[in-house]
Design a protein around this ligand. Structure first.
Ligand code: SF4
Length: 603
């Protein structure tokens, strides 16, 4: 064991910046990162043991306790539950003989819940030792557990039931499906990889590349919508010893999975977009920060990078441009939604807990290693290639005035054809529902839990930055769904689980709001509770990052658009909460602190 750990650390040159890689490799080798490993890492990297432990305990997929030879992570997101996750969970527990959160006594199988794994179009799904199992049924679960009991290899568990598109390739062999249902400029097959780099870049200056991106008016596809051309220009101008290009592939917003599909089907386009960005800002290093849930793509994506190196699309003097050198490496996260926030991502890239930084300074000035850095989404980089190929002006003919180009949507929930759709911005929700075969729709969650829950009276609205802004997640709920119990409560639990805990607002208020929501769901709410929910949610505005600032959105938007659901559950005859028993509460707290109340002594 000691030798293996030493080898792993040496593989990353004893570099503290590669702590995440070291921890992930050790976790995968031994199923946990024990005390001895922590000691050895700390010594070799010249860090304190506490620093190493801090990083380990921040991430869902790292553990100081054994997780089992087969570690099963079952997705507990809303859509997974809508598609039978509870039955699958019960079947796993029955077949394995333990509850979720436990490991069998012989250390063979561990069962764990996990947040959205980016498979909403093929639920219920689980990750087992980095392999994704989709569309689980009780029969399949029994089959899987039986094979585990027989000690079979993961390859034997897969059963050769590979997904569509490139998922069948030998370096992927994945059971995941891409489910591309509508193509536009990004998902289209009419682009020859590398042609912009080889044929156009030698004749374009970095400033000219930035100008095309600016002319296109493209805004970042991750959700925040910052103008991409401006970001690249700011970064190019910022002074630093080095500049970095980071691709944010940490799509953790529940309901989003389009970046997984772009990376599966069009990875060359994403990497080429990073090359263009590197050329534009004067960088020689790019990093793809990929969420751990997509670990199954590692070998495949590394193969693509190798091929690009061989073809002079990466490496030295790219496309014959003297002095233009650019390399890309892949850095995995280890399960933390907040790392999708750009400054938290940077912390994670540097081997630390993914806690968001105070801003300013912004990453374009001080990002990775305090150097000027651009961080863009997978879809943004892929789109940038088509913009440079066809010109910024060409791009503006798609979409609307303030939202140019196309948007790739991840559509899931109660519809006949869940999957990935590339549409022009300006598409309206009614058309989207017709397109995906969704009927009798009660609500659509636009933009994931941090977005908006809209009802039929708003389905005429259009997708775009001036109306319904979205990073791409669209979840459809039919009339049969209990929106408060099944959706809003699940989203609140998600935010509670994913808070990094730095701000007291984000650490505490979602609990308070959730408790009040549960009180209402349990029929004990009064009218004053609705006012409290609205008022108390404002406290979250003081949080440091977007996670905390949007953590009340599930309640705020459902209260605004589905107020009747709340009102129907209230105790109609009560304006104020009469259920609170002051005397009992005082007696109880006195008991806890071992004091004797002056009045109303404890009986
Ligand atoms: Fe962390 Fe929440 Fe504060 Fe963001 S808002 S820094 S996730 S505690």
């Amino acid at each position: 064991m000691e030798n293996t750990i030493t080898n792993i650390i040496e593989k990353y040159n004893n570099d503290p910046l590669r702590l995440m890689d070291i921890l992930i490799d050790i976790q995968e080798n031994f199923g946990f990162i024990g005390n001895d490993a922590v000691k050895e890492i700390a010594l070799a990297l010249n860090m304190s043991e506490v620093d190493v432990e801090q990083t380990i305990t921040f991430y869902h997929f790292l553990s100081t306790e054994p997780r089992g030879k087969y570690a099963i992570y079952l997705n507990n997101s809303v859509v997974s539950i809508m598609y039978g996750q509870k039955t699958i969970k019960a079947t796993f527990e029955k077949e394995v003989g333990i509850s979720f959160g436990q490991v069998t006594a012989d250390g063979s199988i561990g069962l764990f819940d996990t947040a959205c794994i980016g498979m909403n179009d093929q639920e219920p799904a689980a990750i087992i030792n980095n392999h994704v199992f989709t569309k689980l049924t009780p029969y399949r679960v029994r089959e899987i557990v039986k094979s585990m009991r027989q000690g079979k290899d993961m390859d034997e568990l897969i059963n050769e039931s590979y997904g569509d598109g490139k998922n069948h390739l030998p370096s992927l062999k994945s059971m995941v499906s891409s489910n591309i249902r509508r193509k536009g400029m990004v998902l289209s097959d009419n682009y020859v990889y590398g042609s912009v780099t080889k044929l156009m870049l030698p004749n374009l200056s970095p400033e000219a590349v930035i100008q095309e991106i600016k002319t296109s008016h493209i805004r970042g596809r991750g959700g925040a919508g910052f103008p991409t051309g401006l970001k690249w220009e700011f970064c190019r101008r910022a002074k630093g010893d080095n500049h970095f290009v980071i691709c944010n592939a940490d799509e953790g917003e529940p309901g989003t999975f389009k970046d997984r599909v772009i990376l599966t089907e069009k990875p060359e386009l994403v990497f080429e977009g990073m090359v263009l960005a590197g050329y534009a800002i004067g960088s020689d290093e790019g990093i793809l920060y990929l969420r751990y849930e997509y670990r199954y793509m590692k070998e495949y994506l590394e193969d693509v990078i190798s091929t690009m190196l061989k073809n002079n699309l990466l490496g030295s003097n790219i496309a014959g441009i003297d002095g233009f050198n650019f390399d890309i490496r892949i850095q995995f996260g280890a399960g933390a939604y907040v790392c999708g926030e750009e400054s938290a991502l940077l912390e994670s890239l540097e081997g630390k807990r993914g806690e968001p930084r105070d801003k300013p300074p912004f990453p374009v000035e001080k990002g990775y290693l305090n150097q000027p850095t651009i961080i863009n989404n997978v879809e943004t980089f892929a789109t940038a290639v088509r913009i440079v190929e066809n010109g910024g002006e060409w791009f503006t003919q798609f979409g609307t005035e303030d939202s140019t180009g196309t948007k790739i949507l991840s559509i899931s929930g109660d519809c006949l054809f869940p999957g990935v759709y590339e549409v022009n911005w300006g598409f309206n929700v009614n058309d989207m529902l017709d397109m995906v075969g969704a009927y009798d729709v009660q609500a659509v969650q636009v933009g994931g839990p941090s977005g908006t829950l809209i009802g039929p009276d708003e389905f005429h609205r259009t997708l775009g930055y001036s109306d319904l802004s979205t990073g791409g997640s669209m979840i459809i709920f039919g009339m049969q769904r209990n929106l408060l119990q099944d959706v809003v409560l699940n989203f609140m639990e998600f935010f509670i689980d994913e808070s990094c805990g730095s701000c007291s607002t984000c650490r505490n208020m979602p609990h308070v709001l959730k408790n009040k929501l549960e009180k209402i769901i349990n029929g004990k709410g009064v009218k004053g509770d609705l006012a409290d929910l609205k008022e108390w949610s404002k406290v979250l505005n003081a949080s440091r990052c977007g996670l905390g600032q949007t953590a009340a959105n599930p309640i705020i938007s459902s209260l605004k658009n589905f107020r009747h659901l709340y009102e129907n559950l209230l105790q109609r005859d009560k304006e104020f909460d009469q259920g609170f028993d002051l005397i009992t509460s005082v007696q109880r707290s006195c008991k806890y602190v071992k004091r004797v109340p002056k009045f109303h002594p404890i009986e």
